[in-house]
Design a protein around this ligand. Structure first.
Ligand code: PLP
Length: 450
């Protein structure tokens, strides 16, 4: 038995929630979740919720897989901790580095482990600058990211990203980080076709590199699909052009695969979905299906070769870099994803059906655009059907729709008025149908209040 009211009170008194208006939340009372199984989670009041957001884009395998708990328990009992400093390491960490080298595209063969996606992005900022500095190009230290991108919450992660709310808090970005506008055809494409627009949006990078000087620009970083800001799925022409520009000016291409990695788009990595080969990749979330914290930065042979052979000591690392329990859980997660063919099944069976039903939701009078790529998508809610225009007061309707969905037993996230979808990859057609029913009902109820 759980005393919900008391727990809510204690939570309001003692717990600061990330990315929340804590005063408003305290007044409303937090929902306490107590159990997860497959595609569903249950709250303390006994409500069963279809989680169409996989926790926070991460529970790719779905909830309640005992094997992951058993892998953690085995490793904890055998050797709960050892680090990779001082000429030591542990077996699951070696095996995971090998597995990631095998899974990631091309010659991304070298893993550096962290606790989170934010730290993985801090890692690339520091090590890529080191890569250029030891080759006598210390001035080639500028990173270019995108406004409204999200790369984490540390000083470097928040600087590389361009979330307006975070920047408003001050101190950002740290020096030598610049941003270009993101590719968002819905709001920004004008009369261009998506493919034409993809090229135009990518050329902003070229303009920025030329403005700053190619000898100053170390790397470009981007999420293959921008997640947190609202699942901006770029036109297919965008990333190819970005890759061309990076190659032309010898600017390293960094793909932040924290959301897209491990099957989110139906491919193992978002880079493969868009047909590009980054030099560096950052990973987290789906690497353990969120069962335990872990992040990684993957470097290709060129970058790792310089770091290894010219870099001297890598003055960088965390106590828990390559934590054996976390890497053991990641290995088990990847084993299941591979052996049960979950990523392939998502791509070939579930994603096409999901796309069909998502497009049907796009017919609703409140929806201006239904975008989707594999197992990630968004419904853009609009004041007037047929017009690519936002509500005047952005975010109000999105929150209303999110809360209505929750009441109807469906977890969707809202960013402004984009309703975000990112379900566990283990969904069946039944869950896709349940999503449709509950989302349509929630859209209807939201529209009725406007
Ligand atoms: N990069 C992307 C694209 C993300 O979506 C996130 C988190 O949502 C991060 C980095 C940061 O990862 P973490 O929250 O594990 O630090």
């Amino acid at each position: 038995h759980i005393d919900i009211t008391r727990l809510q009170h204690l939570d309001a008194e003692h717990h600061l929630h990330p990315f929340n208006d804590n005063a408003a939340l305290a007044k409303k009372g937090t929902r306490i979740l107590v159990k997860g199984e497959g595609a569903y989670v249950w709250d303390a009041e006994g409500h069963k919720l279809l989680d169409a957001f996989a926790g926070l884009w991460c529970v790719n395998l779905g909830y309640g897989r005992r094997e992951l708990g058993e892998a953690a328990s085995r490793q904890m009992t055998q050797l709960a901790y050892y680090n990779s400093f001082f000429q030591c390491t542990v077996e699951p960490t070696i095996q995971l580095a090998v597995k990631l080298a095998e899974l990631t595209p091309a010659d991304l063969n070298h893993a550096f482990f962290t606790n989170s996606g934010s730290e993985a992005n801090d890692t690339i900022l520091r090590l890529v600058r080191h890569f250029w500095a030891v080759q006598d190009q210390p001035q080639k230290n500028i990173f270019i990211g995108r406004r409204n991108g999200y790369h984490g919450t540390t000083m470097a992660g928040a600087s590389l990203g361009g979330m307006a709310g975070m920047h408003k808090q001050g101190g950002l970005p740290i020096p030598d980080i610049h941003h270009i506008d993101p590719p968002f055809w819905f709001a920004d494409g004008g009369d261009l076709s998506p493919d034409e627009y993809g090229i135009v949006a990518a050329r902003r990078l070229e303009q920025k590199i030329l403005e700053l000087g190619p000898d100053r620009v170390a790397a470009f970083i981007g999420e293959p699909i921008m997640g947190a800001i609202g699942v901006y799925i770029p036109p297919m022409t965008y990333w190819k052009e970005i890759e061309r520009i990076c190659r032309q000016y010898d600017v390293l291409l960094v793909a932040d695969e924290v959301i897209c990695g491990f099957g989110r788009t139906g491919e193992w990595f978002g880079s493969q979905y868009f047909g590009i080969t980054p030099d560096v990749m950052t990973l987290a979330k789906g690497i353990t299906s969120g069962y335990i914290p872990l992040g990684a930065a993957m470097f290709n042979d060129r970058v790792a070769g310089v770091l290894k052979h010219q870099g001297g000591e890598l003055a960088h690392g965390c106590t828990y870099s390559g934590h054996p329990v976390c890497t053991a859980v990641a290995l088990e997660n990847i084993r299941i994803l591979q052996e049960e063919g979950i990523v392939d099944r998502a791509r070939t069976e579930i994603a096409p059906y999901l796309a069909e039903r998502w497009a049907e939701l796009g017919e609703h009078r409140l929806v201006g655009e239904a975008r989707i790529a594999g197992m990630v998508g968004a419904l853009e809610l609009v004041p007037r059907k047929g017009e690519r225009r936002f509500f005047d007061e952005r975010g109000h309707v999105g929150v209303l729709c999110r809360d209505t969905a929750l009441k109807n037993g469906l977890i969707l996230r809202a960013t402004y008025d984009s309703m975000l979808l990112s379900p566990p990859l283990i969904w069946t057609r039944e869950q896709v149908d349940e999503l449709f029913e509950k989302a349509w009902k929630s859209l209807d109820e939201t529209a009725a209040t406007l």
